[in-house]
Design a binder for this molecule. Structure first.
Ligand code: ADP
Length: 491
């Protein structure tokens, strides 16, 4: 099959969170199985150019119709660890992708509406006719809309779209201007409640809703989150739309790329290990402590890696720092915040804890350090308010780091409580789960994890090794996505 991924991220060259990992991971898995995959991305000024090989201009002067006129783009091509990527570089005074950031601009809906249009125009003009176009999140929600309303009539009638929602919270809400900009026009038509009209605001358009309505199949990134989005309040207003389209909706658990995330070969960690050489993990703990100037005491090391955002349960992350210290454990935090208040809050904590030999708060995005943290920590916490899938717990498991998670979304599909799980034998359990959003709930789970580390170290090690034995690679999700592709191709 010939598959084109259209996305706003692809790790490690463009990565703000899990979306980047997923786009890279699924593409590699599909290629490993003999399918042809290409990835279309924006050419941001701030992406990691050092991770692209052979970047060169592949198409000059792509004319993208825009507001009745046109924007000229150059399309660059390069390889990101073997994946063939095309980067769209518009020449426009709007400087769509030259903002020093991936997201967070006021005109984000317009930037990514343009990207979606340019990606389709690129496929059309270069005669690329993939069997499947796989798009991701609100940024590419307009791809199926434009494909089936416009491009279909220009020679792209055989393409099928799979649309994956990684986060329902961000939906790409915009005004009528995107209709005029993209040439979709026909306001009254698109504002219909069964098309793009936002469920909360009848005067706004919802790009993610467009993706749901128009795609041939929609997935979200774990089976439990699919249920939450359909029946609970995790759809952020799109539950009804999902319900209407339930026949083409499902949850596919994300994988992690075991070539990137493998403690036996990870190029960012000093001591390689696997389940049979688990004792080597302790050397990474030592290396992590040396790097972050932490004391070398006989204490467990608890870590948090992730965005500092309401979604991630920052109030519990904050509490976990002090509870770990109170329980005589060490704590390492690596995270970045886009919200000013949260950023200031954690900078304040960082300054406050600066001289504490048992705690390190690192604010920013640091891929290399994250690998060392996964390898060196004993426990990783993921106390999210909601979590569509969550990669950090799966990476933690792979590195023998015991996850302590809140039982929501994909966390519930991947972590099974050592003491209370009803469905798995004791030798198949791999972490700790709590359910409420208050400090006491978090404490009860952290307490059990830290207590096991102190009082039953052999049992703790056994639990960590049981976690390493889980297969959360792209093998199973790869098969599931392929069967979805096959299904929509022949429908
Ligand atoms: P989300 O996509 O909601 O941000 P996920 O758990 O799905 O969360 O994916 C997070 C990914 O981003 C993981 O690979 C994690 O290691 C990485 N990550 C998050 N924050 C940072 C950071 N500050 N530095 C390095 N890597 C990070």
């Amino acid at each position: 099959m010939y598959i084109v991924q259209i996305a706003s991220e692809c790790a490690p060259v463009i990565k703000a969170g899990g979306l980047g990992d997923v786009v890279f991971g699924i593409s590699r898995e599909l290629e490993k199985r003999g399918h042809a995959v290409e990835i279309v991305l924006p050419k941001y000024d701030c992406m990691r150019y050092d991770h692209i090989w052979g970047l060169h201009e592949a198409y000059k002067d792509l004319v993208v119709p825009w507001y009745g006129a046109a924007i000229y783009c150059d399309v660059y091509c390069g390889w990101v660890y073997g994946r063939l990527c095309f980067f769209i570089d518009p020449h426009s005074d709007d400087l769509f992708f030259n903002r020093g950031c991936y997201y967070g601009c006021e005109d984000d809906p317009m930037r990514f509406a343009f990207f979606s249009k340019a990606a389709l125009e690129f496929l059309l003009r270069t005669n690329k006719r993939p069997d499947i176009i796989h798009c991701h999140d609100w940024q590419t929600g307009l791809v199926p809309v434009m494909l089936f309303e416009v491009y279909k009539y220009h020679g792209m009638e055989d393409q099928r779209v799979c649309y994956t929602i990684h986060n329902f919270k961000h939906q790409g809400i915009s005004g009528t201007d995107i209709l005029w900009a993209t040439g979709l026009n026909r306001e009254a038509y698109y504002f219909a409640s069964d098309r793009l009209c936002d469920p909360f605001n009848p005067f706004a358009l919802n790009m993610m809703k467009g993706g749901i309505v128009y795609s041939n199949f929609i997935t979200t990134v774990s089976p439990h989150h699919a249920w939450e989005a359909h029946y609970g309040d995790c759809g952020y207003g799109l539950g009804h739309t999902i319900h209407e389209h339930q026949h083409k909706f499902g949850g596919v658990l994300n994988g992690i790329d075991y070539e990137v995330w493998n403690p036996a070969s990870d190029r960012y960690i000093p001591h390689h290990f696997d389940a049979d050489t688990f004792e080597e993990k302790a050397k990474n703990k030592k290396a992590l402590r040396e790097r972050l100037w932490l004391a070398h005491d006989d204490k467990p090391l608890v870590a948090y890696v992730g965005r500092l955002d309401q979604q991630k349960g920052v109030h519990l992350v904050h509490h976990a720092i002090y509870y770990a210290l109170h329980r005589n454990a060490q704590f390492v935090l690596l995270g970045s915040a886009t919200e000013k208040g949260i950023n200031n809050w954690f900078w304040h904590e960082k300054n406050h804890l600066n001289n504490n030999p048992d705690c390190h708060v690192e604010i920013g995005f640091n891929e290399e350090l994250s690998h060392l943290i996964y390898a060196g920590a004993d426990i990783i916490i993921v106390p999210s308010n909601f979590e569509p899938c969550g990669l950090t717990q799966m990476i933690g498991l792979q590195y023998g780091t015991v996850p302590v998670v809140r039982g929501v979304g994909g966390l519930l599909n991947t972590v099974f409580d050592r003491d209370y799980d009803n469905y798995h034998d004791p030798d198949k359990r791999n972490g700790y789960v709590f359910f409420q959003t208050d400090n006491t709930a978090l404490e009860s789970a952290m307490d059990r994890a830290i207590g096991l580390w102190y009082h039953y170290p052999k049992e703790f090690q056994k639990l960590a090794i049981q976690g390493m034995e889980y297969d959360y690679s792209w093998k199973n999700p790869g098969t599931q996505y392929l069967s979805i592709y096959e299904y929509i191709r022949h429908k």
